[in-house]
Design a binder for this molecule. Structure first.
Ligand SMILES: [Zn+2]
Length: 335
């Protein structure tokens, strides 16, 4: 077993040290409110197996990408490059990774047996689920609320992304009879298959482009139950004053003013690349990665007070985005 910190460290190693060995990736994800540690370590899971295979490794073992101290490993997408062998790749929990590292540090010969029971199953059909609150005088402009229906098989997907589905659906429920009515159409989309390649989002975006549907603004909930702690955006600079106005209404919920570099989320990223501005109420991810993509992603982890605040913040933001007089401007050249 060869211990390597991450994909970059592996790239600097000679193949002779990797050939015929099991590569163990040791980098640990850092806990943070904005979940930034996930982006920094997830490349080990997605790119690590093929990177190790290209240097002759037999198998890959990674420290689970997540902050859990339970002995439950994390799962998620792995991408095998065409041309490198599809070697076995597994994650072990943080406590088991600690144990393996202590054993490696002793310097004695160590044998690790990898027994993988994963299978490739055929593709199956799933569907996006769409509902709308029709707008009035600007009904052809859409304010999109997005989350995803699918989840990884280990847990129930209560946080990823049952909570997001609940947040956007509850937000729409709060707005369905509100007066004055939203001027733009508020559309709720429960996306299919976010986790395994964003096919629901791709099909939706293709439809939007081919039918010339005008999406004024998009919002997504896919980081657990919240609460919302900040309002970020990605809008034309001229429209930051509008975002600030919306934020002043959210501020009493404990929401900070965030920046204008929001990615928005996975399911709306293709729309954003196509120029649709995004508004992003940021969900507190401090404990999200203790459960995300593990057997522990179950309903008892959802805090009723936090998710109620989140749904309220999404409802307020979507309603105001659908009410404002000024038109939402497309992002310059996408981004
Ligand atoms: Zn998700």
């Amino acid at each position: 077993v060869v211990q390597v910190r991450d994909v970059e460290a592996l790239a600097r190693m000679e193949s002779a040290k990797i050939e015929g060995k099991i590569v163990y990736f040791s980098a640990r994800m850092e806990r943070a409110r904005d979940g930034a540690g996930y982006g920094k370590t997830v490349a080990i899971r997605t790119a690590g197996p093929s990177a190790a295979a290209s240097k002759g490794a037999l198998a890959v073992v990674i420290r689970s990408v997540g902050t859990s101290n339970a002995r439950l490993p994390h799962t998620g997408t792995t991408v095998y490059n065409i041309g490198s062998p599809r070697i076995p790749a597994v994650a072990i929990s943080n406590p088991d990774a600690d144990l393996l590292e202590r054993q490696l540090a002793m310097g004695k010969p160590l044998v690790l047996q990898v027994n993988v029971t994963a299978r490739d199953l055929p593709q199956t059909r799933s569907a996006n689920v769409i509902g709308e609150i029709p707008g009035t005088d600007k009904a052809e402009e859409i304010v999109l609320l997005a989350a995803h229906l699918d989840s990884w098989d280990l847990g129930t997907g209560a946080l990823d992304d049952g909570a997001g589905i609940a947040i956007i659906t509850a937000a729409a429920h709060m707005l369905k009879d509100i007066e004055p009515k939203p001027r733009r159409t508020i559309r709720v989309v429960h996306f299919a298959n976010e986790e395994f390649g964003l096919s629901g989002s791709r099909a939706y975006t293709e439809h939007v482009i081919s039918s010339n549907e005008r999406h004024a603004l998009a919002m997504e909930a896919d980081v657990g139950a919240g609460p919302v702690y900040s309002l970020e955006s990605r809008v034309a600079p001229e429209q930051l004053a509008l975002i600030k106005q919306i934020w002043t209404v959210l501020e009493p919920l404990g929401v900070e003013r965030g920046g204008n570099r929001a990615s928005g989320g996975a399911d709306i990223s293709a729309l954003r690349a196509h120029g649709v501005p995004v508004m992003s109420p940021r969900l507190d991810a401090t404990s999200y990665f203790d459960y995300h993509h593990t057997a522990n992603d179950t309903l008892d982890k959802v805090d009723p007070k936090a998710i109620a605040q989140s749904a309220t913040a999404f409802a307020v933001a979507a309603y105001l985005a659908a009410r404002v007089e000024q038109s939402w401007m497309p992002l310059e050249g996408g981004s």
